[in-house]
Design a binder for this molecule. Sequence first.
Ligand code: HEM
Length: 494
Amino acid sequence: MDFVTMLLVLPFVFLTGFYVLRSKNSKLPPGPYPFPIIGNLLQLGRNPHISLAKLSKTYGPLMYLKLGSLKTIVVSSPDMAKEVLQKHDQAFTGRFIPVAAEALDHHKLCIAYLPVGNEWRKYRKICREQMFSTSRLDASQGLRQEKLEKLCEYVRKCAVSGRVVNIGEAAYTTTLNLMSATLFSTEFAQFDSDAVQEMKLVIGGYLRVIAIPNLADFFPALKMIDPQGIKKESEIYTAKMLSMLDDIINQRVKSRDDDHSSRNDDLLEVLLNPTQGNDDYDLTREDIKHFLTDLLIGGTDTSADLVEWGMTELLRNPNKMSKAKDELRVVIGENNRIKESDISRLPYLQAVMKENLRLHPVVPLLVPKKTEVDVEINGYMIPKNAQLVINAWAIGKDPSIWSNSDSFEPERFLNNKIDYKGQDFELIPFGSGRRICPGLPLASRMSHLMLASLIHNFNWKLEPGVKPEELDTNEKFGLTLHKVVPLKAVPIIL
Ligand code: HEM
């Protein structure tokens, strides 16, 4: 080949090589063919966690979908979850921000949507060291014990009058009160009360609004129009919530000014009174309000739904209920109240909760993340700014990981070390990695204690004509996984 021919051929060879390499590296993960404009939106259905689990059987554990114009990556196996949350976690730390969370710029000030950076680290440090540390939660456990007594009192009254208890409602009221006791030593809601329970209504309204699928999330061009009015409604609830939190903080500051020696064991005290000399904990009033909003939103529905699902499974499986009650009777004693410090002595109760979280991860797709950069995983290109969804529900139901995967069998957790704290990717209802749920220690205490109090202090019978095996377990997808048919049962005093 003469020199001139070589000059003509070489660029061609380089360019071909470059394009071959580039197209290999830019191959997207497999996925269903997207329709023009709407992409794969229609394939999500009413229960996206179930539809995505079915699709992953065809397209594999790393899947690509187009939701409107939103590029979406779906992960559906423990190995792939480990790959994105552990090996490549740097690339997946950002959050996909729904338009509803942008109301009043909440996303710019709150722990759940801040990018990983100094501000976000500050909040995580406060959670880890000051709010949800073992010593801090131990200090506030008396506040929660009091609220549990109220739950038992309410159920006792229903038992005396033969009334049915709506378990989800009772668990929601209790969780709200456990959260408000832990955060600010107050009570937001009362059982069976028609009195205006404003905070309960506001939190419920906010949770409802941000769970509605929003066209503006899938077609960012619609953001300005807000076609479903979701952002507007979210602004109303966010404003109300911030203003109520403002009132709570004002009252606290005033009572401290009136009596300098007064101190509460709650978490607001920690936020208003940072450890001396530790600037890391300094937060403005605005910061505190947005932080508390996230904790209330993150902690309330989740823990309440988990307790309702736990009771559903125990009532559907009377022999498991008997085992859990027997353990409580032996370890706690017939007439004694269960305390948070007892949980570690109740292995069967812990196994019940793990099995409950496996079958009913109440945040089934975790909280969607966003890719910060282009990243290659298993030979596929994951593009920058794609939404990353991890289907914890599909992982929990995978028959190649769990034998009898649809059955409620707490025993499977008795002789193995798998836990939900983020190290075992087969069970990640609280997520894993840097953005793992910071409220996990509190959620774990609250849900074990609520479930144990309901089963240790009462026997339960189903409404006339309902057989245990017929109890409905259909799920309704939202911010959390609700039951389609609320669980109702009649308590009997032991
Ligand atoms: C059963 C109860 C709960 C479940 C199943 C749950 C689940 C989750 C999940 C899956 C995430 C996302 C993790 C990830 O991105 O990998 C999360 C984040 C979060 N959770 Fe929870 N959670 C629960 C209770 C709580 C409680 C009680 C609080 C607070 C008191 C809380 C506060 C938060 C916050 C603030 C975040 C955002 C963290 C961040 O982005 O850095 N959660 N939770």
